[in-house]
Write a protein that binds this ligand. Structure first.
Ligand SMILES: NC(=O)c1ccc[n+]([C@@H]2O[C@H](COP(=O)([O-])OP(=O)(O)OC[C@H]3O[C@@H](n4cnc5c(N)ncnc54)[C@H](O)[C@@H]3O)[C@@H](O)[C@H]2O)c1
Length: 443
């Protein structure tokens, strides 16, 4: 396969499938993608992604109908070298257990008519340790009649960051693993077309674990920052100041700043890691970090309740920063702590006015959490509190507007990422952060 043209099929053109498919197509691989969501297909017909990702739309424009094709089903007259599975692995509704049904159905429906055992199946989705060997390979063996040990299967997890995916897909080392030597060799050929560095995991299980470690490591690192920040306030000390000063000029301290640890991956990957882990202290340690991060949402909700009291006139709240993160910027609302906070406040009877610099208005409206506004000023109309919930760079400058006086409107502002820098220099404005919101006497 080294010098020949490679043809792959991608199943699921969500965030991962579309960015990967386009990155591969831009490197000369022939990519055919299937997707079940009509909205995504409509956007791609117009040569646009259904989400905001820097640099992606211009690549879609460049590759569409040349090396990148969206198809209803994989054509039987095309000789595929590999199929890449990039469907979602969300947590089951209301539970903390992953749902791998999309993977099973991707295998059983999307490739059923074209898979004959000669193509490599690459699992790209994030899964619990053992999923490739115990779920994917037996199914492939059954479908093709090939013995399990000979099935061509690879586990090559995705590690890109939303907002930087286009660049990272051709720069990050790609972790690959294979069910046998031939699978590994084929996976190497494909990923070497895209990136100069591949990391060969010793087993399918190691590759699955590497992905889960990368995200759980981030989750736990942020949990420590959040825990330190909240602990400082138990002593009446500003948590952000304590962290900044502990880190300053001292390389051995790199304590994370407090914030929400959210998004479609971090909200679930620790649970996917511990899903089938036997009971042990490591499991409890990982779980308690995840739960601490989740508790940040309740800390904010309880703060709002305390500040607004029972007075009806205080019950309108402005929320800005609905996407799960602001930097790098994204329109993604999935797994966003801002959305969870909004849901909890709405359930408590608050009226919500929402704003985001990047998130798509119709997607915010579809959440049915409150009215959606073009500007922060407009969202603040009639509100008693403004919650700034992500770290978009614009908060550093646009918040201070001569024509709009937050304090005159009696607003309290919670700058949860400590990013409204210009506002902090204003003597008139009372602004809270996650570092001082619990300190007694702060009002
Ligand atoms: N979003 C990220 O930044 C990121 C990063 C690394 C890893 N991951 C992992 O990658 C996987 C995919 O994540 P995502 O964010 O792209 O999810 P997603 O929900 O955006 O995309 C999955 C897509 O697959 C489609 N789909 C489902 N079943 C299908 C089928 N049978 N045929 C065709 N299409 C089908 C869905 O409609 C959806 O559009 C998950 O396991 C996730 O944890 C995501």
């Amino acid at each position: 396969m080294a010098d020949k043209r490679i043809t792959v099929g991608v199943i699921g053109l969500g965030f991962v499938g579309l960015t990967l498919g386009i990155a591969a197509a831009s490197k000369g691989i022939d990519v055919y993608g299937v997707e079940v969501n009509e909205h995504i297909k409509d956007c791609l017909k117009k040569k646009k992604a259904h989400f905001y990702e820097p640099g992606l739309d211009s690549l879609i424009m460049r590759c569409s109908d040349k090396t990148f094709h969206v198809v209803e089903k994989f054509p039987s007259d095309v000789k595929f070298d590999a199929f890449i599975i990039t469907v979602g692995t969300p947590l089951k509704n209301g539970e903390k257990e992953p749902n791998f049904e999309y993977i099973k159905s991707a295998l059983q429906s999307s490739i059923k008519d074209v898979y004959d055992g000669s193509q490599l199946i690459i699992l790209r989705s994030t899964v619990s340790v053992g999923t490739t060997r115990n779920i994917v390979i037996p199914l492939l063996s059954e479908m093709s009649g090939v013995e399990k040990k000979d099935v061509l299967a690879a586990m090559c997890p995705e590690r890109t960051l939303e907002g930087k995916a286009v660049k990272e897909l051709t720069h990050l080392p790609q972790v690959i693993s294979g069910n046998n030597d031939e699978s590994l060799e084929m996976a190497q050929q494909i990923f070497r077309k895209m990136t100069p560095t591949v990391v060969v995991a010793k087993s399918l299980e190691e590759a699955e674990l590497i992905k889960l470690y990368c995200n759980t490591y981030r989750d736990m690192t942020f949990a420590l920052g959040n825990a330190f920040c909240m602990a400082a306030q138990e002593f009446g000390v500003d948590g952000i100041s304590a962290i900044n000063h502990a880190n300053y000029g001292y390389d051995r301290s790199n304590i994370a700043k407090p914030g929400f640890v959210a998004g479609p991956c971090l909200e679930k990957d620790a649970y996917i890691l511990i899903n089938n882990m036997p009971e042990c202290d490591s499991k409890n340690f990982i779980l308690s970090a995840r739960r601490f991060n989740e508790s940040m949402e309740d800390i904010v909700v309880n703060w709002v309740r305390e500040k607004t009291g029972e007075q009806e006139e205080n019950k309108t709240i402005a929320l800005s920063g609905m996407a799960f993160k602001g930097e790098p910027e994204t329109s993604d609302l999935r797994g966003s702590s801002s959305v969870y906070i909004a849901r909890k406040l709405k359930a408590l009877g608050y009226t919500l006015r929402l704003h985001d610099f990047v998130a798509i208005k119709s997607e915010m409206e579809a959440l049915e959490l409150g009215s959606v506004h073009e500007t922060i000023e407009e969202a603040c109309e009639g509100a008693s509190i403004l919650l700034v919930l992500n770290n978009h760079k614009k908060y550093g400058s646009v918040m201070y507007n001569e024509n709009f006086s937050y304090e005159n409107r009696g607003l309290r502002i919670l700058d949860s990422w400590n990013v409204c820098t210009e506002l902090h220099y204003s003597d008139d404005i009372k602004i809270y952060t996650l570092g001082n919101m619990l300190v007694k006497g702060e009002d």
